[in-house]
Design a protein around this ligand. Structure first.
Ligand SMILES: CCCCCCCCCCCCCCCCC/C=C/C(=O)SCCNC(=O)CCNC(=O)[C@H](O)C(C)(C)COP(=O)(O)OP(=O)(O)OC[C@H]1O[C@@H](n2cnc3c(N)ncnc32)[C@H](O)[C@@H]1OP(=O)(O)O
Ligand SMILES: Cc1cc2nc3c(=O)[nH]c(=O)nc-3n(C[C@H](O)[C@H](O)[C@H](O)COP(=O)(O)OP(=O)(O)OC[C@H]3O[C@@H](n4cnc5c(N)ncnc54)[C@H](O)[C@@H]3O)c2cc1C
Length: 671
């Protein structure tokens, strides 16, 4: 019996769980890996046993100051408990523990852990690492990553903060020369951090060498007051992540020692001589890390929101399908399945590719340490595209899940506002999505040039298909092929065609006299399409490869249903491109649609068990609609009764305004 079934649960949800064709626990093991699943359970138990991690009230009812104080309290507790609760050397355990204890809306260590420490690890030289890393890991300071300025986020070449080297004192002078040079956005900068990685234009011997990272103390270690010459604060409430004190920062001729510059790659010698790095973008590795991590992060958001939507849709009865047979669970509507199930399938696809890209990141960082930088451009290209596509599709998917939950989906109690507002930040941070799509397109255009000139680069799993000659006509038909060769070939065809077409147009525009840059801008929409097609191909191939590795037949069959849905849903999404050149026929699109509808029907009886197997706890979901026990209605009422507005039957200012107005209106009407 499923470990998710317990006495007192909503019977509709229990009925769903009993219907499953597979063992939920075995599926959870397959999804997370046996060891990880066991550790998740142990960590979750640990947190449940320490009630001090509980929020004093739902965070939706807290003011911003209360939110930040509560997050700070829990962050300190998290650090105190970490060594007892988890193996701190395992990222998976840290991420999970942090998500359970601190939630997803931000915490004072967010940027310290995901950007500052990775920058120290990858950009500090040995001496600097010896000095900074133990203190950073030991929480002797909290650092953030200050790169974006009010005037420039994308175009790093135009950052205005300067770091001018003074050989006489062997110091850099940090300065913010204009309002637009104010650092703006860095997470945890406003109030929590006392150190920061600061990106500034490096000047030495009268020459500018471009943006470089520096490690800068911002606040006094004892009083926590900003150091002389430093102005720092919170940028105010935002669309979401209001638990995070995203900040602003200005420097007024602040002197820092020469060794504050990160010197693993580029260096300034004491006399001011600049030593360039082996690759000009090695200083950007923390950004590459977060871009790669976003893929898994989007998987987590999608799987959480589809868990909420599926569970709620199992207990929500509304309307009849066959008149007179009683109200159905709303999950029985095909439209509901069409809204929610593709989000599950995309979540799974993102999880699988997310694992791949993080491994590639780790391998590339190891290679760099060993002096091999050859994988840097490939990692950059695929991580930019994946970040852009998964964050965008993730955002659309979460919104579908919300809308699938009707009016209650619009409540903060649903958990959707928190998930959505956190997730959509990823469309912007770490490189705005269009900009990221265009970065991948740069790589694709190089590949197109190589194809046209008949000189393929050295073999590479991600782009090899571009150099293949695929079928000239789409081979999708009604026969079942577990390798989905014809669908993958269709995606490859579309990617290859769009890439080559846009390349040819770029060349043609230049032949007509446009500069490369102007031609590029005229082709930008299609360049983005090429990236999307390339990323779709990558996600789809990774999904097929991973499903083919599954040994257990009953679990494999569930994954195959999700894969079928994923692939044919993507075919319908990019149908215009496949039909445009006559590669796919209208009939084949009809087959694809039929495959989507068939997959929805196959997934339907397993849906509740599938989302259970993602093993997302109520503590993580923070959702009344997505509760494991399905007891939504009584808990919605309890939740609303906790609203601070309900502390008073009559609001203290009622008689001052509305009461008075109505009294006066009644008086007048009596006259
Ligand atoms: C429960 C389990 C869940 C698991 C989840 C795991 C959780 C992990 C935690 C993750 C949590 C996430 C928390 C979120 C925190 C968010 C914090 C946000 C931080 C930020 O936003 S920091 C600021 C980010 N800013 C940017 O990204 C700026 C974007 N701009 C740029 O990157 C660049 O300027 C550019 C790419 C647009 C262009 O660069 P530039 O102008 O310098 O260069 P050129 O145009 O001249 O290009 C030259 C060539 O260099 C290549 N290039 C560029 N960048 C790189 C790179 N990084 N690596 C390699 N190569 C690079 C270009 O492509 C050019 O190449 P070409 O050969 O000439 O074509
Ligand atoms: C939640 C959140 C957290 C953040 N955290 C941090 C942090 O910790 N540290 C930090 O340093 N920064 C942080 N940022 C800033 C973030 O990295 C930038 O906002 C982001 O890189 C985009 O830059 P921008 O705001 O200057 O946008 P802009 O570059 O001004 O973009 C505006 C529009 O112009 C378009 N555009 C710009 N350039 C091009 C181009 N070359 N081609 C085509 N279109 C273009 C964009 O696509 C976009 O639509 C954060 C931002 C957010 C929203």
């Amino acid at each position: 019996m499923s470990r998710y079934i317990r006495e007192g649960d909503n019977p509709d949800l229990t009925e769903e769980r009993r219907k499953a064709s597979f063992d939920t626990e075995a599926m959870a093991e397959l999804f997370w890996g046996a060891r990880n699943l066991m550790r998740r359970r142990e960590i979750a138990n640990y947190v449940e046993q320490h009630r001090e991690f509980d929020d004093p009230q739902p965070t939706a009812f807290m003011t911003r100051e209360e939110l930040i104080e509560n997050a700070t309290r829990k962050a300190v507790l998290t650090m105190e408990h970490a060594e007892k609760a988890i193996d701190i050397t395992r990222d998976e355990e840290s991420h999970y523990f942090n998500a359970l204890t601190m939630g997803i809306d931000g915490n004072p260590f967010g940027l310290h852990l995901v950007m500052a420490i990775p920058t120290i690890m990858n950009n500090a030289d040995e001496g600097q690492q010896d000095e900074w890393l133990p203190k950073a890991l030991n929480r002797e300071f909290i650092a953030t990553y200050a790169q974006t300025e009010m005037g420039h986020g994308t175009n790093l070449k135009k950052l205005e903060t300067t770091a001018t080297y003074d050989p006489k004192t062997q110091e850099f002078i940090l300065h913010s020369p204009t309002i637009t040079s104010t650092k703006w956005w860095p997470g945890n900068l406003g109030k929590s951090s006392n150190y920061s990685v600061v990106m500034a234009q490096l000047y030495s011997q009268g020459k500018c060498y471009g943006a470089h990272p520096f490690f800068v103390q911002l606040r006094d270690l004892r009083t926590h007051k900003p150091l002389p010459g430093i102005t720092v604060g919170d940028i105010g409430p935002k669309f979401g992540i209001n638990t995070n004190d995203n900040g602003f920062l200005r420097f007024d001729q602040v002197r820092i020692p020469r060794r504050s510059m990160f010197m693993k790659h580029a260096k300034i010698l004491p006399d001011g001589t600049y030593v360039p790095p082996s690759h000009s973008k090695l200083n950007y590795s923390a950004m590459v890390y977060v871009r790669a991590a976003v893929v898994s992060l989007m998987a987590s958001h999608l799987l959480a929101c589809s868990t909420i939507a599926v569970r709620y849709s199992c207990i929500r009865r509304q309307g009849e399908i066959t008149p007179g047979t009683g109200e159905v669970k709303v999950l029985d509507y095909q439209t509901q399945q069409y809204r929610i199930f593709p989000q599950i399938a995309r979540g799974v696809a993102f999880r699988l590719s997310g694992n791949y890209i993080i491994q590639l990141y780790r391998q590339t960082m190891t290679d760099i340490k060993n002096g091999d930088i050859s994988a840097v451009p490939d990692l950059h290209a695929i991580s930019c595209g994946l970040k852009a596509v998964t964050s965008y599709q993730g955002a659309l998917g979460l919104e579908q899940c919300r809308m699938a939950c009707g009016g209650h989906g619009y409540l903060q109690a649903s958990g959707f506002p928190l998930q959505y507002t956190v997730a959509i930040g990823a469309c912007t941070y770490e490189g705005e999505n269009m900009v990221m799509l265009l970065q991948t397109a740069r790589h694709l255009i190089k590949m197109a040039k190589a194809i046209r000139s008949g000189r393929p680069p050295k073999p590479n799993k991600v782009i090899d298909y571009l150099f293949k000659k695929g079928p000239t006509k789409c081979l999708i038909d009604q026969t079942y092929d577990p390798n989905y060769q014809s669908v993958l070939e269709a995606f490859e065809h579309l990617s290859r065609r769009v890439t080559l077409e846009v390349y040819d147009r770029l060349v043609q525009l230049q032949q007509q006299g446009r500069s490369y840059e102007l031609a590029w801008n005229e082709c930008a929409v299609d360049l983005c399409k090429a990236t999307r097609a390339h990323v779709r191909t990558f996600l789809a191939k990774t999904f097929v490869e991973e499903v083919n590795k599954i040994a257990d037949i009953s679990l494999k069959s569930v994954f195959q249903d999700l894969l079928q849905l994923y692939l044919f849903y993507e075919v319908t999404e990019c149908a215009a491109g496949l039909l445009e050149d006559g590669f796919m026929s209208g009939q084949q699109l009809t087959y694809a649609k039929k495959n989507v509808y068939d997959a929805l029907a196959k997934i339907r009886p397993n849906a509740a068990a599938i989302v259970d197997s993602f093993d997302i706890s109520d503590r993580e979901l923070q959702s009344v609609l997505g509760r494991r026990d399905g007891n939504v209605y009584e808990n919605l009422l309890k939740w609303a009764q906790m609203s601070p507005l309900n502390k008073h039957d009559v609001l203290p200012f009622h008689h001052k305004y509305l009461g008075k107005m109505m009294d006066e209106a009644r008086q007048k009407s009596k006259l």
